[in-house]
Structure formats: C-alpha cells, structure tokens
Design a protein around this ligand. Structure first.
Ligand code: TRP
Length: 456
C-alpha cells in the first residue's frame, strides 16, 4: 500500500522495518501491555511486536475455551531460519492448547511464482513439513492441507469476493489496471484459508489467530473486513454498554423478516429479536433493551470484556438462522530477522540466510562472512564498543539460537562495551548455530515417519 508513509507489499522484495510507523499507519495494536502466559523468547524479546485482536485469543485461553491457529506457507524454495519463526510460534500456541491448521499456498505460488502444483507439493512435503516434524510440531494436533485440494477455501474465496471490489484492492494492495488477476485471486483464497477453520466441518465457531510476518497484514485487513461485512449482527460500544445492530442484507432479509419491497413481517422480526435477547440473557445479562424499530438491542451493563462472549453468541444465532457466522480473525506480527549480508532475508538470495538443510561448513562460512556491528580495528572496538543491533551474529543468537535471556543480555553488554570482539561474537554464534542445525538434522532423520500424519 502506498500512503505517504511506508509500504507493505506481500509479494514485494523490499520490506519496511520501521515498525513503529507500521503500527501507527496501519492501526495495529502494540503487544506491550498484554499479559501473555509463559511467553516465548519471541514474545519476551519484542520480536512479535504487534497484533490485531489478540486479546480475544488470550481471553479464550484464560476461560479454557477452544481456539485455533491458522497460518500458511508459500512452497517456493528451501525452508530457512526466517520461516522457522512462524513454526516457533505455532509450537507455542500448540503448548497453549490451540488446534493448528497450516495452508500450503500451492495455488498462490503457482500463480505468483510459477511453481507447478506438483513441485509445490514436493517442496511443501520434503522441505517444510519434514522440518515441522523435526521442530517439534505434534502431528496429531496439526493439519496441513493444500489450497488446490480444499475446495471449501476456494469456494469461500469466491463467495467473499462479493463483499469487496477493485477499489478496495487498489487501496489495500496498490493494484492498478495492469495487475495480473492471479494477484486478485490469491488474497481471496487466503481469506478462505483464514476463515474456513471456524466452519462447523473444520472445528466450528471459535477464535482463530493467524501468526505471520507483518508483510501479510494487508490480507488480514481484507479478511477481517470481509468477515464483518457478512455479519448479520454487529456489536459496538454504545454510550452505555454495548449495542447490537441488525444488518439487513440481500442474503438475510427474508430470514430477518424484511421482504423484497422493504415491507416488514412484524411477527418474524419480533421472533428474531426475541432470539437475540434470549441468546444474550443466556450469558447472564438481565437488563436487555430490545428496539426492533431501530434495529438495535442494547446491553447497558456489558463491558468491553464481554465482547467476545456476546459476539460468539450472536454468530451462533446467525448460523442457526442460516448465515455463515464468521468471527473476524486475530493476528500477531513478527519482525523480520536481518539477512546475513545486511539485505532482506530471502530464499532467492542464499547468502542472506541459513537454510535448515545447510551443512555445518556452509553455516560456518556464512556466519564468518556475515555483516558485523563491530569496529574496523580491535583497538577501536575495545575503545568504542560494537553495535549488537546491527550485528548479524548477535541478532541470530537473539532470534533463533539462544534461549537464555540472562546470557543474551550479558553478551549484549559485553559487545557494546567492547569486551567481546566481533570475531568472538561470530564464534559464539557459529557454536550455537552448528549445534542447532545438527540437532535439527538428527531430528529430521528420526521423525520422517511422522510427515504423512500431518496431512491426515
Ligand atoms: N501468502 C502467504 C505467504 O506468502 C502464504 C499463505 C497462504 C498464508 N494462506 C495463508 C499465510 C493464510 C497465512 C495465512 O507466505
């Protein structure tokens, strides 16, 4: 999207790392202030830096209610460290009790990267899912599927297309008249990916969170908008408490008691409003003001914290009346690790990253050559200190290899003060990285038999 500020392009090769501007410009919520149970290192270190509606997931978890996780992979190259960040998060969500669904975006990569469906399948299985098993995802609680094979995601994409238009795509993605239509279809299929796990056949109504890199936020903005546009009942903050607004659309007007000429069937309308009141009072509210004429129901004593449970009750009612009842998805966003050379990390530029299948000598070579935040001479480094914020070896310890916060802060200070030299930092990273990569390889060998279970 081209505003005056930064640009987020899910298919682009450049990516802004001005995270505070991104938060502000796109209206993301900052992670700070959320009370996250047993936070992972990515949470503790501010690498997961923003979200949309993540509080709903935390609320579901607190209440012991089910929640799901949906993310996706583009099968277009070898799996690298950057990709493993999402899997770290998926594993964390799995430990928190979430059920996991992972989309293989084979339609998207065939349309936007020229990878055939057969190639995409091979890459997804041998590169990605083999590593998911090695990284410790539990296959009995994880489902991986191919976009090309799950017709429901394509059908939903098609149906949701009715709720948007080219102007919105232009505003969100910066598309214009020359945009290939595959780029128009891909976000709609992705909306299908994100929303289908809450359908009754795929686990039913529950909050779904999408952990992704911030480059994917345009898709979440689109999908959250599409979901709310389909909703029959909207819930908003009112002067006092919360207010339900009934949204009459061509799909639901008959069910809600309005005929084609706009005439109201009073009995049917009264029945719908009685059902709304009943659904809300079941949650324990007694003061409920129903106003069919205005198309509203007010709950003066409800607070922001009741939003999730009331929304869920209304969506369930919508489903009972024949609607889709889609809850807008939540999302969390992680920062991008810097590429080893200082460029963006990318599988098309092998020197910028470590691949999970790299051998030890390659790992060592890449880290030795990596971009350093040290000074140009030892003397200067001792005097002025190094900069861990731009030092690739330190950054890779922080993002990937070092679990212990105390040790990390020790080497951070040591580097800044000049006590630890750039070469020493690289050696620390090489030691950890080679250990990590060789352990992963061993696990890959011992978990190959699990791979097919992820597709079941
Ligand atoms: N577009 C994503 C990428 O480029 C892949 C993807 C497809 C995805 N469907 C998804 C990601 C659903 C998150 C949720 O990597």
């Amino acid at each position: 999207m081209m505003n005056d500020g930064v640009r987020i392009d899910p298919w682009g090769y450049s990516q802004s790392t001005d995270y505070s501007t991104i938060i502000e410009q796109f209206g993301l919520q900052s992670m700070s202030g959320l009370d996250i149970p047993s936070p992972s290192k990515l949470h503790r270190r501010g690498i997961i830096f923003a979200h949309r509606g993540f509080d709903m997931i935390l609320e579901a978890k607190r209440k012991g209610d089910p929640f799901g996780v949906l993310t996706g992979l583009m099968p277009s190259g070898r799996m690298h460290l950057g990709h493993s960040m999402v899997i770290d998060q998926v594993r964390w969500f799995q430990q928190q009790g979430g059920d996991i669904t992972i989309a293989v975006a084979d339609l998207e990569s065939s349309a936007t990267r020229g990878i055939s469906l057969a190639e995409g399948r091979k890459i997804a299985t041998e590169e990605y899912v083999a590593n998911y098993a090695a990284l410790g995802l539990d296959p009995s609680k994880t489902t991986v599927y191919f976009q090309s094979e799950r017709s429901i995601v394509q059908r939903m994409g098609f149906q949701l297309g009715k709720r948007t238009n080219l102007s919105e795509f232009e505003a969100i993605y910066g598309f214009d008249g020359s945009t290939n239509l595959a780029h128009v279809q891909a976000p709609l299929v992705q909306a299908g990916d994100i929303l289908h796990p809450q359908l009754d056949e795929y686990g039913g109504l529950r909050p779904i969170v999408v952990p992704v890199g911030v480059d994917q936020d345009p898709h979440l903005r689109l999908t959250r908008g599409l979901a709310s546009k389909t909703n029959w009942f909207n819930l908003n903050e009112a002067k006092m408490g919360l207010q339900v607004g009934v949204s009459i659309q061509s799909e639901n007007s008959a069910a809600l008691g309005v005929d084609a000429n706009g005439r109201v069937d009073k009995a049917r309308q009264a029945d719908v409003f009685a059902k709304i009141v009943a659904a809300i009072s079941e949650l324990g509210f007694s003061d409920i003001l129903s106003n069919p004429k205005h198309g509203t129901v007010n709950i003066p004593s409800a607070t922001y914290r009741d939003k999730l449970s009331i929304s869920m009750a209304l969506l369930q009612l919508e489903r009972n009346l024949g609607g889709m009842g889609l809850l807008a998805p939540s999302s969390t966003y992680h920062r991008f690790a810097i590429g080893m050379t200082g460029d963006k990390m990318s599988s098309s530029m092998p020197k910028t990253t470590l691949f999970l299948g790299d051998d030890i000598s390659t790992v060592e070579k890449k880290i030795k050559k990596s971009f350093s935040g040290g000074q140009s001479t030892v003397e200067e480094h001792r005097r002025l200190g190094g900069n861990p914020d731009i030092d690739v070896a330190y950054q890779y310890m922080m993002y990937f290899f070092e679990e212990d916060d105390a040790f990390l802060s020790e080497i951070n200070q040591g580097y800044r003060s000049g006590k630890i030299l750039a070469g020493e930092m690289k050696q620390l990273c090489i030691d950890r990285a080679t250990e990590w990569i060789s352990e992963l390889k061993e696990k890959r060998d011992s978990t190959t038999h699990l791979v097919k279970q992820f597709f079941e």
